[in-house]
Design a protein around this ligand. Structure first.
Ligand code: BES
Ligand code: ZN
Length: 576
């Protein structure tokens, strides 16, 4: 039986318990070459179905080297190619020699000119289903694995960082070195992550550091200085931090997400370097995943809201603990704005606006939106409001304790909720959020005196977060926008959160300077949160400009971002 629509993994077959990896990183060919050893929970016989994408399989053997029969099926568009291995009796694992493709969907290879430090850079992004392009494995979050050892052979002037514990570096030749890691905590395969580049650390506290290319290291250390206090706030709220260290790696601009919660080593976009710590909620978010997502994990992409909805909720609790209720409410208000954009985008595909989805035959990268984040947040907030905070906080602790290091479905959550707080789900109308499209009319609303004052124009924004909330309620009126720009210098702000919101307003108001502002944003970042809305708006108003800018910017985008932008450009030209 295959319980995950995005994996060939079969629950009746042996389950991988741990893996060993040994890979040589070849920058000139853009490949990884090497092997993976899979160790099973229990000895088994018969078929073993693994996920692969664009891999060249060289050999499959038992752990002690006896050749095994295998068959690589033709590639399917979303799933990739099933690798079926025939296991002899009492097999305790398998060893596979293989190579990756230069087009591996989990990898981005950057030229020296595309980085801040002028050295080659490589990084992985495995969530949701790209780990299979790095290595043949059971690529479903239901099957958690530890890493006995991971060995990366890399050019010696570069360094490998992995979302794992470092075991040091061994010299291997004049020009290459081997970086060694292990991961004792069991993780879903989408959390496999590494990067290779010329990066340097800045200590933030005994258990936190930030890694960045040299020219950005000081700026990053300033921006993320609050990591340790966030970690403490998280532990107060949700219990012990189970992952030892918490480090942050500042990624090149092409990184397609705001952040990625790779365990022990959050990957974060350089677009958060606003210079004033105004975008550190991204760190609060990725850190919160240490509990919600990494400790308690969605069983498949259908339950993605269990990862992201809980994490947005946890992120705002951390923000509230550190900076107060008003700040958390501002973030909730701005999240509500993002949710509306997503609901509008999926007007023709309402099934994607449920929390519990059925993504059989759908690429999870295509279903990605703010819905699981912000609608999920609103459901959890509703449950909190109906239960009362003390009871709800006890539940959260119990939930994290009960399902730690497990992967669960929405039903597992609902059943446990019913045992702990009987009747709460019904009183809160939880199933309306979970199984119906759109947003229930009685969804909670962000509320605070400060928010009211800002929205009514009775108060001037005092900081970037307040300014953002004001912008999000501003109508696209030319005079008003000119006034705001001269007052707040919006078109020259470093913060892309502010600048992209302003550029969208300029475009909607039909202001020609919007196109130039859009161009600067689109060349500066590859973060999809900014690319999607700006290309959408631009393609609607000035498709030739959208095309032109994309032609110039494309080389600096990750292939996931390229796919998104190309779909936007195509859609808009079809609508015209
Ligand atoms: N885990 C996500 C990023 C992700 C989701 C990558 C699905 C691939 C597939 C990460 O934690 C995230 O939510 N990032 C947000 C940060 C924001 C909510 C603060 C982003 O990238 O915008
Ligand atoms: Zn997240």
């Amino acid at each position: 039986m295959r319980p995950d629509p995005h994996s060939y993994a079969d629950v009746d077959q042996p389950r991988t318990r741990s893996i060993d990896l040994a890979l040589r990183v070849n920058f000139s060919r853009r490949t990884l070459e090497g092997e993976i050893a899979l160790h099973f929970h229990e000895p088994a016989v018969g078929n073993l179905d693994l996920d692969t994408r664009d891999l060249r399989i060289d050999s499959v053997t038992s752990l002690d080297g006896a050749p095994l029969r295998y068959e690589l099926a033709p590639a399917q568009p979303i799933l990739g190619s099933r690798l079926r291995v025939t296991l002899p009796s009492r097999a305790d694992g398998a060893r596979i020699r293989y190579g990756t493709s230069p087009a591996a969907s989990a990898l981005q290879w950057l030229e020296p000119a595309q980085t801040a430090g002028g050295q080659s850079f490589l990084f992985s992004q495995c969530q949701p289903i790209h780990a299979r392009s790095l290595a043949p494995l059971q690529d479903t979050p239901r099957i958690r694995i530890t890493i006995g050892s991971a060995r990366f052979t890399v050019p010696s002037q570069l360094r490998t960082l992995m979302a794992a514990a470092s075991k040091g570096r061994e010299p291997s030749s004049d020009t290459e070195a081997v970086d060694v890691f292990e991961m004792p905590q069991p993780i879903p395969p989408y959390l496999l992550a590494f990067a290779v580049g010329d990066v340097t650390p800045r200590e933030l506290s005994p258990r936190c550091a930030v890694w960045a290319e040299r020219p950005l290291a000081d700026a990053a250390a300033y921006e993320f200085a609050e990591a340790e206090s966030m970690l403490r706030a998280g532990e107060e709220l949700f219990g012990p931090y189970e992952w030892d260290r918490y480090d942050v790696l500042l990624m090149p601009p092409s990184f397609p997400y705001g952040g990625m919660e790779n365990p022990r080593l959050t990957f974060v976009t350089p677009s958060v370097l606003a210079g004033d710590r105004s975008l550190v909620s991204v760190i609060a978010h990725e850190l919160a995943h240490a509990w919600t997502g990494n400790l308690v994990t969605n069983a498949s992409a259908n339950d993605f809201w269990l990862n992201e909805g809980f994490t947005v909720y946890a992120e705002r609790r951390i923000l509230e603990a550190l900076y107060g209720r008003d700040v958390a409410e501002l973030h909730a208000a701005s999240g509500r704005h993002d949710l509306q954009t997503a609901l509008d985008r999926f007007a023709a595909r309402p099934e994607l606006t449920r929390l519990r989805t059925d993504l059989e035959g759908v690429d999870p990268d295509e279903a990605y939106s703010s819905v699981p984040y912000e609608k999920g947040y609103l459901l959890l907030r509703k449950l909190e409001e109906v239960a009362g905070r003390p009871a709800w906080d006890r539940f959260l602790r119990a939930y994290l304790g009960k399902f730690r290091f497990q992967s669960i479905t929405t039903d597992d959550f609902l059943q446990f909720l019913e045992t702990q707080l009987p009747g709460l789900a019904a009183r809160a109308g939880a199933l309306e959020f979970i199984d119906r499209p759109g947003l229930p009319g009685d969804a909670p609303q962000a509320r605070s005196a400060r928010l009211e004052a800002l929205r009514s124009g009775g108060a001037e924004p005092r900081n970037p977060t307040e300014l953002l909330v004001v912008l999000q309620t501003t109508a696209p009126d030319v005079t008003k926008l000119r006034e705001l720009d001269s007052r707040w210098d919006l078109s020259r702000r470093k913060s892309l959160e502010l600048r992209h919101t302003f550029v969208l307003l300029q475009l909607r108001a039909g202001m020609p300077e919007g196109v130039d502002g859009a161009r600067r944003v689109l060349l500066e970042t590859g973060r999809m949160r900014y690319l999607r809305p700006i290309y959408t708006e631009l393609a609607r108003r000035d498709p030739a400009a959208a095309r032109r800018i994309y032609d110039d910017a494309r080389a600096g985008y990750h292939h996931i971002a390229r796919t998104v932008v190309e779909a936007v450009l195509k859609e808009q030209s079809a609508e015209r």
